[in-house]
Design a binder for this molecule. Structure first.
Ligand SMILES: [Zn+2]
Length: 275
């Protein structure tokens, strides 16, 4: 695992010239490269947002203003049985977050997709069947993405602009296909590792310890212990001065592409959806 050195991310104007992941099958330990790639896309990707993207509701926090520390909570692998409970917790605290949804879960709980959207959160794509996309052909990757885009469009009337490859497994091919759709690849740089512990206090402690401005926090709304941890996580982040925003709000912030750590935790390979 690489150290936690900080890296200054290039400005938007230079982001496109930065190196891409160097192999077709990205190695586990090249997570730094993956994360750098994500951060580059924080700069380059927002310009690729399609006009069908949902606008953040209400007054969007200005993450670019000095003194504003934004952080994005993200929830993967749903919609799940307790996603609605999580929405209540988020509502109570006035927090908006981003949900990376799996197609098979959407088929089971389409109403929850609509609920997530109507409660002001961001709905994003996490593939149809949660495969390792780096093992698929381009056409198979396209099918994984397009199916979920269609499902989401069917439920809430617009196509998502964000795509998170399952397990964070990506390479130049996967990234390229995501960009074919005009979408932005989103990984994370704070890992709750909630799939591993199933212990609310541990999850809370880890997120609060690793939180940093403009971070993207990975959690899973399929785990009850994660949902139990969320109130304390939100309260803890708020006490530390963080404003919690959606990933798109973070991407659209002028300074969202700075101050990121490259210390990407171990990728959660056992965090597949509960199907
Ligand atoms: Zn996942």
């Amino acid at each position: 695992m690489h150290g936690s050195r900080l890296r200054r991310i290039p400005s938007r104007s230079t982001a496109e010239t930065a190196p891409k992941p160097r192999s077709t099958r990205t190695r586990r330990m090249s997570s730094v490269a993956l994360f750098a790639s994500l951060m580059l896309m924080l700069g380059a990707g927002s310009a690729a947002a399609t006009p069908t993207a949902a606008a953040p509701r209400g007054a969007a926090p200005d993450c670019s203003s000095s003194g504003t520390k934004c952080i994005a909570l993200t929830f993967d692998d749903g919609p799940a049985p307790r996603t609605a409970d999580l929405l209540d917790i988020l509502d109570q605290r006035g927090v908006r977050s981003t949900f990376f949804m799996v197609g098979r879960q959407i088929e089971r709980r389409p109403a929850t997709v609509r609920l997530v959207n109507s409660r002001g959160h961001e709905v994003a794509n996490h593939s149809a069947n949660h495969p390792d996309l780096t093992k698929l052909s381009k056409n198979e990757i396209r099918a994984e993405i397009s199916e979920v885009n269609k499902q989401i469009r069917r439920e809430i009337g617009f196509t998502p602009t964000l795509m998170r490859p399952p397990y964070g497994e990506t390479n130049a091919t996967v990234k390229g296909v995501i960009e074919e759709f005009g979408m932005t690849q989103v990984l994370w740089n704070v890992d709750s590792e909630d799939w591993k512990d199933h212990d609310a206090e541990t999850i809370e402690r880890r997120v609060l310890a690793d939180a940093k401005p403009s971070a993207v926090v990975l959690m899973h709304d399929i785990h009850n212990t994660t949902i139990e941890a969320v109130p304390e996580i939100i309260d803890g982040l708020a006490a530390r001065g963080y404003t919690m925003v959606t990933v798109s709000q973070l991407l659209n912030s002028t300074h969202a592409d700075t101050h990121h750590s490259e210390d990407v935790p171990t990728l959660p390979h056992s965090s597949g959806p509960v199907l």
